[in-house]
Design a protein around this ligand. Structure first.
Ligand code: PLP
Length: 415
C-alpha cells in the first residue's frame, strides 16, 4: 500500500495556505514541521477543559493526569520503549540535554573520556563540551568521511577504551541527511562499557526509532520536528535513569520520570505530542495495512512514510545534481541512498546560500541557509566560514510537484 497524499495533506491546514495566490512549499521541515489538525484540537481541548496542575483531587487535575499518562504511553509506543515512565518531557531537546547531562556527569571522574561526533547538531555537542570542562573529562572526536558523509566505525573502535564513559551521536544528520548505523554504534559502546546518548531529532519524522533495537541508553527527540508541538522528549533506560541523581527541587517527586522534569510541564504540549503519535498510527492504519496496538500501527505508518520519502529523496538529489554549479553536501551515490534521509544541503559555485534562500522565499519556497547549528559538520565540510549551505528537507506530506517547484525556482534564481 502507498500513501494517499491527498488525504495526508488534507490533515494539515497549513498546506492550504497561499500568499498572493501562490501555494507555499514547505521545505524547511528539518527546522520544524507543520501540524495536523488533530494536534491543534488536542492542545486546545487540553487548554480549554483541563487547565490545572497534576496531582489534585478535582476534575481538571485528574484530567491533566490522564493527558500526561496518555502522552507518556504514546511516546513509549513511538519509540518502542519498555515502559512509559522512562519518558521525560521538557521544553526541547537542547534544554533536556543540558539538564540531564549534569546528572550524567556526576557518574564521571576527571580523566574519563566521552566520544562526541563531528556529524552532530550542537545540541548534542555543546552540553557535553561544557560538562567535560566542568568535570575534567577528555573529549575524543569521531570524525566523518567528507567524501562519503558517513562514519568509518573503525575510527570509533580506535576511540573506545576502558576510560570511555559516554558516546553521543545522532541517528541522522540535520545537515547532510546521513542516517547512521546506531545499532552497531551502541553495541560497540556497550562492549566498551560506555553509555550512549542518541540524538534522534532528525530521524524521528522519517523512520522507526526503536530504543530496544538500537540498544541505546538515552534517546532524545523533539515533537515539533515530527508534526507535533514545540516540546522535547527524552527516553532513558530505567536502570540508568534510576542510577542518576536528579537536579530537582526538594518537594518534587523522587522517582522517575518526574524527578527529571523541573517545574510545571506543558500539558498542552504533551496532549499535542500524543496526537502526533496517533497521527502516525492513523497513517499506518488507513494507508499501510497497520493492525493491532498503537505500536504496531505506528510502525506500519513509519514504514510507509520511509518508503515514500526514499522516492522523494532520490528525486530531489537527482534533480539538484542536474543543475549546473550545485554541490550536494551529502550522500548521492545510488548504492548508499538508503543510508540518507530526504534532508539535502547544497551550495552553488557563485551564489551565497543565504541569497539563494532569500530568492527561494520570494517564490514561496521555504528553505533554510547557514550551518543550521551543525557547527562541527559545517566546519568539517569547509563551509562554515562561507555561509554554510542551503538546506531543503521534504517530509511525507510534500509532493514531487513541490520538489519541481523548487527546481523551477532554482532555475530562475541561478539563471
Ligand atoms: C539533530 C538536531 N538535534 C538537536 C536539535 C535541537 O532541538 P531542540 O530545538 O528541540 O532543542 C535540532 C534542532 O534543529 C536538531 O536538528
Amino acid at each position: 500500500m502507498s500513501l494517499d497524499l491527498q488525504t495526508i495533506r488534507s490533515q494539515f491546514p497549513a498546506l492550504n495556505e497561499t500568499d498572493d495566490g501562490l501555494a507555499r512549499v514547505y521545505l524547511d521541515n528539518p527546522a520544524g514541521t507543520q501540524v495536523p489538525r488533530r494536534v491543534v484540537d488536542a492542545m486546545s481541548r487540553c487548554m480549554l477543559s483541563a487547565s490545572a496542575n497534576m496531582g489534585g483531587h478535582f476534575r481538571t487535575s485528574v484530567a491533566v493526569g490522564d493527558i500526561v499518562a496518555d502522552a507518556q504511553h504514546a511516546m513509549a509506543d513511538f519509540l518502542n520503549a519498555p515502559s512509559a515512565d522512562e519518558i521525560i518531557f521538557g521544553q526541547n531537546m537542547t534544554s533536556l540535554t543540558f539538564h540531564v547531562s549534569r546528572s550524567i556527569g556526576r557518574h564521571f571522574s576527571a580523566g574519563d573520556e566521552i566520544v562526541l561526533s563531528r556529524m552532530d547538531h550542537d545540541a548534542n555537542v555543546g552540553p557535553w563540551v561544557l560538562l567535560a570542562r566542568d568535570c575534567g573529562l577528555s573529549i575524543r572526536w569521531l570524525p566523518f568521511d567528507t567524501e562519503t558523509f558517513e562514519f568509518d566505525l573503525r575510527e570509533l573502535e580506535n576511540l573506545l577504551n576502558e576510560r570511555t564513559r559516554l558516546v553521543c551521536v545522532c541517528s541522522a544528520s540535520n545537515l547532510t541527511g546521513t542516517v547512521n548505523d546506531v545499532r552497531t554504534i551502541c553495541r560497540m559502546a556497550r562492549d566498551a562499557g560506555a553509555w550512549t546518548y542518541i540524538d534522534a531529532v532528525q530521524s524521528a519524522p522519517h523512520m522507526i526509532n526503536d530504543v530496544q533495537d538500537f540498544g541505546c541508553d538515552f534517546l532524545v527527540c523533539s515533537p515539533y520536528k515530527f508534526f507535533g508541538p514545540h516540546q522535547g522528549t527524552l527516553w532513558g533506560r530505567r536502570e540508568v535513569l534510576e542510577s542518576l541523581e536528579p537536579y530537582k527541587l526538594r518537594p518534587a517527586p523522587d522517582s522517575i520520570p518526574w524527578c527529571f522534569s523541573p517545574g510545571t510541564a506543558s500539558h498542552e504540549g504533551m496532549a499535542g505530542t500524543a496526537a502526533a503519535v496517533d497521527y502516525f498510527a492513523w497513517v499506518g492504519e488507513t494507508m499501510a495495512g497497520g493492525e493491532g496496538d498503537r505500536r504496531q500501527r505506528v510502525r506500519a505508518g513509519m514504514t510507509a512514510i520511509a518508503e515514500y520519502e526514499q522516492t522523494l529523496a532520490q528525486y530531489l538529489v537527482r534533480g539538484l545534481q542536474s543543475l549546473p554549479g550545485i554541490t550536494i553536501h551529502g550522500i548521492t551515490s545510488a548504492e548508499a541512498m538508503s543510508r540518507r534521509g530526504p534532508t539535502v544541503a547544497f551550495t552553488h559555485e557563485r551564489y551565497a546560500p543565504d541569497d539563494i534562500a532569500r530568492a527561494l522565499a520570494a517564490e514561496n519556497v521555504f528553505a533554510w541557509s547557514g550551518h543550521n547549528y551543525a557547527v562541527e559538520v559545517a566546519k568539517s565540510l569547509g563551509i562554515y566560514e562561507s555561509g554554510g549551505a542551503v538546506r531543503v528537507g521534504p517530509v511525507h506530506y510534500n509532493t514531487i510537484d513541490e520538489v519541481d517547484r523548487l527546481f523551477e525556482a532554482l532555475d530562475s534564481v541561478l539563471g
